[in-house]
Design a protein around this ligand. Sequence first.
Ligand SMILES: Cc1cc2nc3c(=O)[nH]c(=O)nc-3n(C[C@H](O)[C@H](O)[C@H](O)COP(=O)(O)OP(=O)(O)OC[C@H]3O[C@@H](n4cnc5c(N)ncnc54)[C@H](O)[C@@H]3O)c2cc1C
Length: 389
Amino acid sequence: MNTPASYRSPWMDADLDLYRETVHRFVAEEIAPHQQRFARQQHVDRAVWNKAGALGLLLADIPEEYGGAGGSFAHVAVLMEELARVGDYGFGVSVHQIAANYILHQGTEEQRRRCLPRMARGEWIGAIAMTEPNAGSDLQAIRTRATLEGSHYRIDGSKIFISNGSMADLIVVVTKTDPAAGSKGVSLLLLETRDAAGFSVGRVLDKLGQHAADTSELFFDGVRVPAANLLGGHEGQGFYHLMHELPYERTLCAVSAIASTEAALRMTLEHTRERRAFGKTLLELQNTRFKLAEIKTQATVGRRFVDDCIARVVAGTMDADTAAMAKLWTTETLGRAVDDCLQLFGGYGYMTEYPIARLYADARVQRIYGGASEIMKEIVARSLERNGA
Ligand SMILES: Cc1cc2nc3c(=O)[nH]c(=O)nc-3n(C[C@H](O)[C@H](O)[C@H](O)COP(=O)(O)OP(=O)(O)OC[C@H]3O[C@@H](n4cnc5c(N)ncnc54)[C@H](O)[C@@H]3O)c2cc1C
């Protein structure tokens, strides 16, 4: 996405321009016209996943040998930007993509071959289940237990707030295989949900925003998972896997947040150019001009930083501290920007038929999920202790 007319993200190229056209068309035809219906039914149609799969839009950065499109993180960024442009936070492709990356980087060859092609086709929808009613930020406190019983693990416990939860065919479940071993007792299991006895989905949760996302409660009551579904094949590696993959997830959050800030600015500029008060357009009032100038500045600074982050993920050089800073800054900036933009819409900004109102509600959780802002600050502060300024 290009912010000023003259600016083009340095990671864009001719191939990505074509890809963006395909994504843009897909989003305009398959997502944007159906957003209200998706919100009412609290999920995006499965057919949309299948269509995205057929177009090669799912698992864009997964190698072709595993059914992916053989692109890079830049392709994933294009998809996230195009969804943000139409204010979509229902189509859970980011979580799907994150789950696939766990399998690509941390899984066994057999796990990659079994799961990734199905996920690429949209035949299997992916999710990742970490959070529990009593453990969110403090992941070490999770209680969901996986016990090896012969050739299977038995999972008991529950999860909450899981994106794609009610639709998921494959869930990367964070479990404790050795509760006495602290972070070394955490293991990730691949649960294939179809016909999984003892697995159930609770409520699709009513949220402040992101209504089309099927954020759900999950329950595991003696669910049997083949031992071969232990991610990577070794117990106790779960925390290592999480630490390795969270920067990818946090960069995705930053990509969405900056694209949403740009979208908020665009729609507010359009509105304030048209709307009149006291014989002038709102844009002619100094407060409006200054607010929009601030947001434009923040969007421009953020865009350069996020572009650098995207390039670093593509190059495989992204680190956890930078990803934490990117998520922290972009989501906090989005929160302030969308609040200021809504104010400039006046009463219309409070009406849910206006995209700015929906974005206001959708944006709030971005400072909470994927690691809350306070946790991002902890990560950055620890890096200061470790490495100095
Ligand atoms: C819409 C939505 C979708 C989600 N999707 C998923 C998903 O797909 N998979 C998944 O596993 N989870 C998901 N989550 C869960 C999300 O990641 C957690 O809500 C988040 O990590 C915070 O955990 P918590 O809700 O338990 O809050 P808590 O951990 O109880 O935190 C409450 C507050 O205390 C602060 N706090 C906690 N620890 C510290 C500290 N050390 N220092 C300072 N402040 C601290 C937090 O920052 C926060 O402000 C989702 C949540 C939502 C709302």
